[in-house]
Design a binder for this molecule. Structure first.
Ligand SMILES: [Zn+2]
Length: 124
C-alpha cells in the first residue's frame, strides 16, 4: 500500500535500515544482517527510492521475490502506469486505488494469456 504524506509517498511493503547503501528491505525480512536494525523500529521506505534502488534480498530468491523485482524494474521505466500492464508472458501488473483511497501496485500470474486474479502479489 502506498501512503501519501505531503509530497512523499511511502510504502508499507518495504522498510529502510541504517546502512548507507542497500538499505531497502522487503517487509518479510525482520532485520538487517549488516546493521542489525529491526524492521519494527525502522521507517517505511519511500516509493521513488524503492523503484530506483530495488530491494535487498538475503537468502534464496523465490517466485514471489522474482515477481516483485521484475515489477520494480518495470516501474523504473514506466512511471505513468494506467491500471494494467503486461510485464512479460508470466506476469501482469495492476495499479489501483483501494477503498481507503490508497494506491496499490499488485502483480498477478498470467496463465495462457489470462490473468490469474487469485495469484496476487502486492509490490507497493
Ligand atoms: Zn542495514
Amino acid at each position: 500500500m502506498i501512503e501519501s504524506m505531503d509530497d512523499i509517498e511511502l510504502t508499507d511493503k518495504y522498510w529502510d535500515c541504517e546502512c548507507e547503501k542497500d538499505y531497502i528491505h522487503l517487509h518479510l525480512q525482520e532485520s538487517c544482517p549488516v546493521c542489525k536494525a529491526e524492521s519494527e523500529d525502522q521507517p517505511d521506505s519511500r516509493v521513488p527510492e524503492v523503484i530506483k534502488n530495488g530491494f535487498v534480498m538475503f537468502g534464496e530468491e523465490t517466485a514471489e521475490t522474482k515477481a516483485k523485482r521484475l515489477a520494480l524494474a518495470w516501474l523504473k521505466n514506466n512511471l505513468n502506469i494506467d491500471e494494467w500492464a503486461s510485464l512479460n508472458d508470466e506476469f501482469d501488473l495492476n495499479v489501483y486505488m483501494d477503498d481507503n483511497g490508497n494506491k496499490r501496485v499488485t502483480v498477478f500470474s498470467a496463465v495462457n494469456g489470462e490473468t490469474d486474479l487469485e495469484s496476487s502479489i502486492e509490490v507497493l
